[in-house]
Design a protein around this ligand. Structure first.
Ligand code: MG
Ligand code: ZN
Length: 220
C-alpha cells in the first residue's frame, strides 16, 4: 500500500478513555445516564444524545471542565512517535472525532496541527452548553452521526489512496466499512472480526507503527 491516508479516532483511541463519558460522570446530573443508554441501544442518534447531554451542563462550568480533562485524560503511549512517523513517511493523518473542540484541541496541542483535526464544537454563549456540528452527515449517510466519519473520509481521501481507519468503538464502524485496513481495539476489534473486515489489533501506537511498517515491507 504505497499511497495511503490515515483516519484516526480521538476518544478511547488517542486518549485511553472516553472524555465525554468522563465529563458527564463528573459534572452531569443523573439524567445523562439514560441518554447514554438510549444512544448505545440506538433509540436516539449520537448527535441527539451528545447534544442533549451537554445541554445538562451550565456554560459557566467551561473552565472547570477543561481543567478536569487536562488533568485526567491520558494520551495513549507511542502517539507522539506515531505522529512523527506519519510526517517522516509523508502519510496524510486526519483526526476525525465525535469529541468536542474545547477538549480535543488542548489535548492535542503541540502534537497535531489544528488543520488536521475534525471534531464538533461547543458554544458557551448561552446558559447551557450547546454543541455545534460542522461535519454533519452528507446526503448518503442517514445515521445522524454528529461528526460524520464516512462523509469526512469521502471528502478527505481519493480513490487512489489506501484508507486506514484507526479506532476503538461502534462510532468508528461505518468508517471502518469504507477502510482498506482497520487498526482496532476494544469493541471495534470485535466488530471487525465479526464482519471480517481487513484488520489488525493495537494496544499502543507503537503497535500501530509496526502495522504501518509491515505495509511498507509488502511494497518493497
Ligand atoms: Mg472512540
Ligand atoms: Zn453520518
Amino acid at each position: 500500500m504505497i499511497n495511503k491516508a490515515i483516519i484516526c479516532d480521538f476518544d478511547g483511541t488517542i486518549t485511553e478513555t472516553d472524555n465525554i463519558i468522563a465529563i458527564m460522570k463528573r459534572f452531569a446530573p443523573p439524567e445523562w445516564n439514560e441518554l447514554k443508554d438510549d444512544v448505545l441501544s440506538q433509540r436516539i442518534s449520537v448527535k441527539e444524545g451528545v447534544g442533549s447531554m451537554f445541554k445538562l451542563l451550565p456554560s459557566s462550568l467551561k473552565n472547570e471542565i477543561i481543567e478536569f480533562i487536562l488533568t485526567h485524560a491520558k494520551i495513549r503511549s507511542g502517539f507522539e512517535e506515531f505522529v512523527q512517523y506519519t510526517k517522516d513517511n509523508h502519510i496524510p493523518l486526519y483526526i476525525v472525532s465525535g469529541g468536542i473542540d474545547f477538549f480535543v484541541y488542548p489535548l492535542l496541542n503541540g502534537l497535531v496541527d489544528e488543520k488536521q483535526i475534525y471534531c464538533n464544537r461547543a458554544d458557551f454563549s448561552q446558559e447551557m452548553i450547546q454543541i455545534e456540528w460542522p461535519y454533519s452527515c452528507d446526503e448518503t449517510c442517514k445515521n445522524d452521526c454528529g461528526c460524520c466519519k464516512p462523509s469526512l473520509i469521502k471528502r478527505l481521501t481519493d480513490n487512489e489512496q489506501g484508507k486506514i481507519v484507526i479506532g476503538d468503538s461502534i462510532t468508528d464502524l461505518q468508517a471502518a466499512k469504507l477502510a482498506d485496513l482497520v487498526i482496532a481495539r476494544d469493541l471495534l476489534l470485535e466488530k471487525s472480526k465479526d464482519l471480517q473486515l481487513p484488520h489488525r489489533a493495537f494496544t499502543t501506537f507503537y503497535d500501530v507503527i509496526q502495522v504501518l511498517d509491515s505495509l511498507e515491507e509488502v511494497k518493497a
